[in-house]
Each structure stands twice: as structure tokens, then as C-alpha cells.
Design a protein around this ligand. Sequence first.
Ligand code: NG6
Ligand code: CA
Length: 514
Amino acid sequence: MKKSLTLATLATASAALPALAHHGQPSGARDGRPNVIVILADDLGYGDLSCYGATRVQTPTVDSLARCGTRFTNAHACAATSTPSRYGLLTGEYPLRRRGTDVAAGNAGMIIPPERYTVADVFRAAGYHTAAFGKWHLGLGSRTAEQDWNGQLDQTPADLGFDYHYIMAATADRVPCVYIENGRVANYDASAPIYVDYRRNFPGEPTGRTHPELLTKQRSSHGHDQAIVGGIGRIGYMKGGGRALWRDEDIADSIAAHAVRFIHEHREAPFFLYFCTNDVHVPRMPHERFRGKSPMGLRGEAILQFDETVRQITDALRAEGLADNTMIILTSDNGPVLDDGYDDRAVELAGDHRPGGPFRGGKYSSFEAGSVVPFIVCGTDRVRRGHVSNALLSQVDLTATMAALVGLPLPEGAAPDSRPYLSAWMGRERKGRDWAFKTGHLHSHILRTQQWTYIAPKPGPAIIPWGPVIETGCADGPQLYSVRRDVGQLKNVADQQPRVVSQMQEILENLQLP
Ligand code: NG6
Ligand code: CA
């Protein structure tokens, strides 16, 4: 169904936009169209990069991208955790509109329905070669818990516009701990068939709970006490894998190497890469070459590794002479967390580092640090160089903005919440959105404008009750903060600003969210 939509789009685009007709032809020729790489970090906070003010860690490669392009100070993810954030980024639809977009298990069925139009479909329609790398966390296969991990998965990113994928099914702390390449376990080891279950353990398999002495690489601080893979406790039970199991220390290099190979193989034709790092998500187990390199321990080293991963990508572009014709959009899926369930001393070693920058809260939170993310665009001369922009951006606009970039209209009904903000994303227009909608803790509704952040009433605990020491942002009544003056959200002014509150409520009502 989606295929015919795509072809219809091509036909309409060519007819309606004769000047751009060549953009719609899926030919190998580049025609001056830029390659596009979305680099999506995991749990990397606004304050975790030196170009955003970090001093206890240096990120020279990312900083150089910021110098060559535009660095945004008011950019927002769709949600404060991974699965819903990625759903919004890829589909241009608020995750709250779709059930089952909360943090996914490693055996979740594919969460984006195959017929949903994605940003990868935009590029495929424009004749690009498209690929997804690294953390996926949007489910695989047509049915939850019924995947055959020993054969071809029946629903994969290939159904969502990606020509190639080399991904982790969920996260590094969730089984299965193997890479999936084009719908099959990479390096499959027939002598160790793979079984995954999120409810019951397999007889005879040790778990973190029963055999803590086998947690030789990292101990858990909360949860992560089920399957043990490579001396680390995970979420979910798993059996088998053998040679296909990843080594945590090699994850960053492995996904970067596959992306680099893709760049080399597709240097002649335009490509779109959705490149998702595991850094700086838990378990933080960066390669040995980073050990001892950061005063912040493993979390600091994971940030250094992230920066080096970015360098591996930019080096490949430079080697192919593509550096000036490849737009890079670098951002993160949600805000930062220190202790996220492993005893990696991230809290003890943080010192005065503020991973969320000036913002309150962190990952999971309805306060701003949950979803304000680093956001850098660079790489072609369309992007303003050396610029810092306060334009209000939302990741939900990726799909429509990329359609504008390649000059194709979106099919009817596609990316319903996504709007094109190409000039703002290129650093050439100052304002951006009037407002950005985000999902916070327990599905809280958050509405952000240049001046205000409104958090709709949501009863709940003040601090996350199950581990990370982070304020949830829950409150029985409405919260309004003048973030322009009160960036740390210290004073709730909802009572003093009833008109603003009702304007915000009206916008939220108009969204008709479930
Ligand atoms: C939590 C995990 C946390 C992390 C998070 C998802 C526990 C105790 N905590 O449930 O470690 O995996 O889910 O993170 O299991 S995210 O960035 O992928 O959304
Ligand atoms: Ca995340």
C-alpha cells in the first residue's frame, strides 16, 4: 500500500513541480542533492557536550560540527524516553496518538505500522539510498514475543523505507544482545539458536538475581537482573547467541564501521543515514581505549566514545569528498540520567558536571531537561555557519522538513504532526515553531513556547520511585514556568498567569490527543 503511495507521490511531484522534476527520479545521479545523516545519540543531555558548555568532558568533533553549522539552544525531542521520542522523530506523528509507544521490550513487535509514512520513505521517494544503524528500539516482527530470531524477521525497518539496516533490536540493556542485519541476526551461529522471553527464564540459565557472582563486568543498581550476557545483567531472558552475541565494548565501533562501509559503497548516489548510537545509554561499557580517559568514569568515557564515533563518520565523508555535500543533523533522543540501573559510579564521579545544562529534571521527567536536547545542523552551504540559534524546533518536524529539503510533497495523511521548518533548521530563520508539544512523565502533556513551558496536571510522585533520582515534574495542578527568565523552572506562575494557562490549554485541546 505504501509503495503505491510513494509512486503516486513521485508522479504528482513531477507533474506539479516541473522545475524540481528531477528530484523525484530515483536515479543514481546526485543532481546536487545533499546526503543527509541524522546522528541520534542516546540519553545525551543538553549539558553533555563542550559546545553546550560542558567543561569536565571535551567533545572536539561535535564542537567542530557546531562551528561549521548552526547550534540550536531550543530544540525538543517528542518525549523524555527513547521509544516514543524515536516514534515521533521517524513518523512525524506524536507518539501519544499511537498505543504501545512506551519504552519497548526487546521482543516487542514493530511499533511503527508498515503503512505509516516515515522520513526514510521521504528519502526513498526522492531516489536516495536509505539505511538505519545502531539502536532501534521500535520493535521488530509482526507479533510481540513471537519472533523467530533464528530466521528472517517478517517486519523490519525495510518495511519503513530503509533499504539497509544494521541495528540492535532494542537497547544494550535489553535482550536479544545481537545485531540484526536486514532482518536476520548478523554473524548467526547455528550451533547456538536464539530464544528470547520477557516473562519466564529458560531452565538452567543463570540470571543476575540468582547468580550475581557472574556479573563480572558491571553490577546492577536497579533492575537488570535477568539474563546475563558478557558478564552484564540485562532486562529480559535470553538463551543462545554464541558467536553472534555482541561484545559491549565493540558496539560503537561495530555500528560505525557498518555506516562507514555504507558511505563508501554509496559515495556516488545520494544517501540518507539514520545513525543511532548506543552511547551514552546504559550499560556504559566503552571500548578499552577510552578507559581511564575521563574524570567522570564510564559515563564520561561513553561521551568521548560518542565524539569519536562522530569523527569516524565525518572522516569517511571527508575521505570520499562528501563533507561539503552531506547534511548532518546531530541530536539526542531524550535528556540525561546518571544512575540508570548499573553501578557505574556516574553519580559519584559527575563532580560539578551538569548533564542537563541549566534545565531542571532529566530523562523521564516532564521538566525541561527530559526533552530539551542538543541539536546541531551542518554540512552544506545551505546551513548558516558558526551560528547559534534560539529558534524553537521539534524533532517531530524532521519528516516534513526533509520532504521540503528534497522538494517532495508528503502524501495525504503522512506525518500529521510534522511541519516544514527548513529555513529555521538551516539557521536562516530566527523564530521556528510557535509552540512544541512533548510527552513527559506518565504521559504528561507539555507545551513549550519561546517564553513559557506549561505542564498539564498529572498526579504522581515527585521523584521517580523505582531507581533514578530524578524529579518527575508531576503535580496535581497546572504548572507554568517562564523559562525565558526562569530557565531552571523554580517558580510555578500558573496562578499569576491564568490567561497564559488557558491559552496553553486551548492549544493542547486542539491537538485532540487521546
Ligand atoms: C528503564 C531501565 C533503564 C533504561 C530505560 C529506557 C530499569 C531499572 N531501567 O526501565 O535502564 O533502559 O528503561 O531507556 O530497567 S531509553 O533511553 O531506552 O528510553
Ligand atoms: Ca534514550
